[in-house]
Every structure is written in structure tokens, then in C-alpha cells.
Design a protein around this ligand. Sequence first.
Ligand code: FES
Ligand code: FES
Length: 173
Amino acid sequence: MPSLNINATPMSLTINGQTLETRLDPETPLLSFLRNDLALNGPKYGCGLGQCGSCTVLVDGQAARSCVIPLEGVQGRAITTLEGLGTLAEPHLIQQAFITEQAAQCGYCLNGMIMMTASLLARTLSPSEQEIRSELSSNFCRCGTHVEIIRAVKRAAQLMREAKHPQVGKHGT
Ligand code: FES
Ligand code: FES
């Protein structure tokens, strides 16, 4: 359980566009802070060892495993969780694609898969299947939903290309 240290210098964190301060132990895992203190439950606790990917968030736009990142390591950096990507009412195109492809069974891995996809598509909107597989290879899905997940990533890339260049969708190129 993270401990509050009232003598500690407050740390400033920016999460989903909001800046806040905390006096928790600087070594508190980011995942604990997100889930226990902010009720941001998109990131999941899986292994707690940086191995399964279920706790993935974006740090300055890049995928990172929040279970092994201490709060002091993300001071002054922009953290985005699943909640910061889209909402139930206004899902991000990646979230829409995962819903359309029904790329989930239990859904426990989905946070990690979606955040990895966000990180990948920030680099390229035309990833090859090999690039998609490689990007997701260290994220575990115990339900075996990999085929649907890969389809969802491809659909997300297509949707985002169309959103960026509307003529792409119109002419199917
Ligand atoms: S819970 Fe963080 S990688 Fe498994
Ligand atoms: S859908 Fe259950 S772990 Fe991936």
C-alpha cells in the first residue's frame, strides 16, 4: 500500500490533460496511483512485473507499463490512460474499431492492446501485419482473441487514415 509522506516535496503529474499534485512515496507505482487514488481503472493489474502489458498507459505518447514505473519517473511528463483516449459516449476510433471487430472475450487485456495500438498508430497509420504482430507480441491475451485484435488494429488504422484524409475512404484507396 503506497504511503503518504506529508514531509515529501509534492510531485506534479499530468494525467489525461489535468495537472495534479501528490505527496505519495515517490516510488509508488504509477498503476497504483491511477487505480487506487484516481479511480482510473482502464489500466489493469495483471502480473505487476512489467511482463503482461495489461497496465499499459502512454507516457509522452509512447506505450509504457505503469506497474513498474515509479511516480517520480513520470513527473512533468504527459500520461494518458484509456480514459483519456475516449469515452463511452465518444470512443476513440481505435476503441470503435475494437468494438466493431468484437475483439474481446473477458476484456482484461484490452486496455494494453488498445494503448499499444495507439502508440503504434501514432508512429504510422499504415502498419504492416508484421509490424502489428511485433508491436503486440509482448502483450498477453489469455483468451486467444489475437485474430480479432489484429483485425481491430487494421480497422483502426483504416479509420484513422480516413479521418486524416477523408478522400481515402471515399475512393477506397
Ligand atoms: S501488470 Fe504491468 S505488465 Fe503486467
Ligand atoms: S480477451 Fe481475455 S485476456 Fe484477452
